[in-house]
Design a protein around this ligand. Structure first.
Ligand code: ADP
Ligand code: MG
Length: 160
């Protein structure tokens, strides 16, 4: 498990960029934490790390899913407004969650039984106005590799 401290929105963006640079096709990132914790901002950094213009990244709260094209195809979900897992089945979630794009899913914990077992779990805890504790746990061999690669890529000032 990686425990990271971000002191500012810019810090979270650069952590996201580092993560974006180690993600590969088929990877899945499950992001959780209260509203305003920084999930969408981290996704913006990840997208930039994948060569996407960050200005394209907006919260898919109403659209459910946004798609960005960089070095790979990124699918950005926000499941906050989803009531039932059946709605995921209606949109054919398997094509996204188990396909060859990269999935970045906000509020995935609410629908954990639908998520791939091999993934990265990211949890945000706000510590005051501008500090965020970000805990990252990789599951499965690929998840463990991602966790290690990110730990090596991040400046140690971020790491607990
Ligand atoms: N260290 C930080 N990391 C991320 N966001 C921060 C931080 N400090 C303050 N913020 C602010 O918190 C908000 C995070 O918003 P957002 O990323 O949309 O959250 P979420 O997607 O989790 O609801 C932004 O307004 C951002 O400026
Ligand atoms: Mg969000």
């Amino acid at each position: 498990m990686l425990v990271i401290h971000s002191q500012s929105p810019e810090g979270t963006l650069s952590i996201g960029r580092a993560l974006g640079q180690v993600l590969a096709p088929g990877d899945f990132v499950n992001l959780n934490g209260t509203l305003g914790a920084g999930k969408t901002l981290l996704v913006k950094g990840i997208a930039e790390g994948q060569g996407v213009d960050g200005a394209q990244v907006t919260s898919p709260t109403f659209s459910l899913i946004n798609e960005y094209h960089g070095e790979n195809i990124l699918y950005h979900f926000d499941l906050y407004r989803l009531d039932r897992g059946e709605e995921l089945e209606d949109i054919g979630y398997e094509e996204y969650f188990f396909g060859s794009g990269i999935c970045l899913v906000e509020w995935g914990d609410e629908f954990r039984s639908y998520l791939p077992e091999e993934r990265l779990d990211v949890r945000f805890e706000p510590l005051g106005q501008s500090e965020r504790k970000i805990t990252i746990q990789g599951w499965g061999p690929r998840g463990a590799n991602l966790e290690r690669a990110l730990g090596e890529a991040l400046p140690c000032t971020y790491l607990e």
